[in-house]
Design a protein around this ligand. Sequence first.
Ligand code: OAD
Ligand code: ZN
Length: 247
Amino acid sequence: DDVAEMRDMLRNARRIVGFTGAGISTECGVPDFRSPGSPWLKFPPIEFGEFVSSPAARQEAWRRKFAMDDIYGHAKPGRGHRALAHLVSVGRMSAIITQNIDNLHQASGVAPSRIIELHGNGAYARCLDCGLRHELADIRARFEATGEPPVCASCGGIVKTATISFGQAMPEREMLRAQAVAMDCDVFLVVGSSLVVHPAATLPLIARQSGARLVILNRDPTPLDEAASLVVNADIGDALEPLAQLN
Ligand code: OAD
Ligand code: ZN
């Protein structure tokens, strides 16, 4: 079947690049964006322009962030994360490009140098002006005491989670690295992404144009299914778990 074919392809590959979306984390209790029942469908995301121009939007964004962290912030890596971490550790997977901000690839023990965070990381915050890193615990304590959205202690600038919002520029270094690894693999493995958000979703096509086989492991169909060598509509944890034994 498809799952067996995927495992064979991965066993025979020399250099795999993983490309992950929210679907790899659903078994960890972190909801994805577009599946039925997702909390993200209930309220539209606060876009970057709004965040920057409106203190009320910033306050709402931080309120949501801390509420979400209370519910999902204790998630642990799942079978998909562990399988990919194993493939990296045995030298079969050269990099994991992730759209996720949940920090679970990092928590699964993958060296930070092997992880490309396309949409940033939700585990800390940064000043939009001077780039200074701020810790969430500090921001939260002050937010809860004053009700005011945080400003940078160093320059007075606006502080935002270190994630990329709609309307915000993609991180340049990460995009360049992602393009480079996509052009240098023989299998490009998509795991748990609807592949509708660009420019992230152009990376599978870059890999394909550079000669890689494109494998898409996702429960639901994606717009890139027709470009893929293999589409596997299966549960991620079930499908990837056996790969954690591969050497
Ligand atoms: P989506 O929610 O769009 O897609 C997740 C995909 O994972 C869906 O197509 C599901 O079918 C699949 N899925 C969920 N659980 C699964 C499981 N256990 N086994 C197999 N498949 C499963 O999430 P992303 O593609 O990651 O961007 O979303 C892309 C971007 O849109 C995010 O990075 C975020 C969002 O808005 C920003 O915030 C900038
Ligand atoms: Zn600053």
